[in-house]
Design a protein around this ligand. Structure first.
Ligand SMILES: NC(=O)c1ccc[n+]([C@@H]2O[C@H](COP(=O)([O-])OP(=O)(O)OC[C@H]3O[C@@H](n4cnc5c(N)ncnc54)[C@H](OP(=O)(O)O)[C@@H]3O)[C@@H](O)[C@H]2O)c1
Length: 231
């Protein structure tokens, strides 16, 4: 039977692109959104439940019966204070993990985060100034995931663009790239990577970095994961 997916951050951006793709492939997706009844319109075909990462009591039960937990939520607005960043991007991750434990979740965690959590750079410094030290709190979120006991795949993406997927081949690596203007990747391609990770179930205690490479055309994700040494 196909895995059942719990998704945080599915109302917009990369999360919405991923949700559309998973639903189109016949997977069951439960999306936790802040505004379940209102303006944010997650893609059709999802089970939508209300939940806010900054309110841990709203997350209980979300992971019940789920096989994989995908975390793509983050603070969209810029500038953002460190108080908000910490509450969503660190304490929110910890709250989702704690709720999953409490729900008896036994599956795998897939986490979308940003390049540059371990490598200082000018762009990283700028981002931290604008978004309340986001890279610092995201590094701590990675530590929380590693310590959670769940198998995990952490995907650090370069600067996101809205180019359609499949325009440029993506490059996957397992090192620590610094964030720079040259490290870009489209939301669609990141969504495609997550579809492949979800369906193939490849990776566990895995950290991957994804940026677009030179040239034209789409990505053979199976081959890219082979080249990055992910089994
Ligand atoms: N921008 C970049 O260059 C970049 C690079 C690497 C990684 N990232 C990270 O990658 C992820 C996807 O980015 P994106 O730009 O495609 O997405 P996005 O448009 O910023 O969407 C973020 C999602 O997170 C949700 N969210 C925010 N606060 C929440 C909370 N307290 N509880 C539950 N959900 C909450 C939002 O829900 P609402 O609709 O309710 O606001 C939204 O659906 C984000 O985590 C982002 O920080 C971004």
């Amino acid at each position: 039977m196909a895995d059942r997916i719990l998704l945080y951050g599915g109302a917009r951006g990369t999360g919405a692109l991923l949700a559309q793709r998973l639903v189109a492939r016949g997977l069951f997706v439960r999306a936790v959104v802040r505004d379940a009844a209102g303006r944010a319109k997650p893609p059709q075909g999802l089970e939508v439940i209300a939940g806010d990462l900054t309110r841990p009591e709203t997350l209980r039960g979300a992971a019940t019966g789920m096989d994989q937990l995908v975390m793509m939520a983050g603070v969209t607005q810029r500038p953002a204070s460190e108080r908000v960043i910490k509450a969503v991007e660190y304490e929110g991750v910890r709250a989702a993990l704690a709720a999953a434990h409490a729900d008896g979740f036994r599956g795998r965690v897939l986490y979308m985060t940003a390049l540059g959590v371990n490598r200082p750079s000018f762009m990283g410094w700028v981002l931290n100034r604008i978004k309340g030290n986001t890279l610092v709190w995201r590094r701590k979120a990675e530590e929380a995931i590693r310590a959670s006991g769940f198998p995990y795949v952490i995907v650090r993406a370069g600067m996101l663009t809205d180019s359609p997927s499949g325009r440029r081949p993506a490059v996957l690596s397992t090192g620590d790239k610094p964030l720079s203007l040259g490290t870009r990747v489209s939301r669609g391609d990141v969504a495609e990577l997550f579809v492949h990770l979800v369906e193939s179930r490849r990776g566990g205690r895995t950290v991957l970095e994804v940026v677009e490479g030179p040239g034209h055309g789409g990505t053979d994700w199976g081959r890219a994961l082979d080249q990055a040494g992910v089994i």
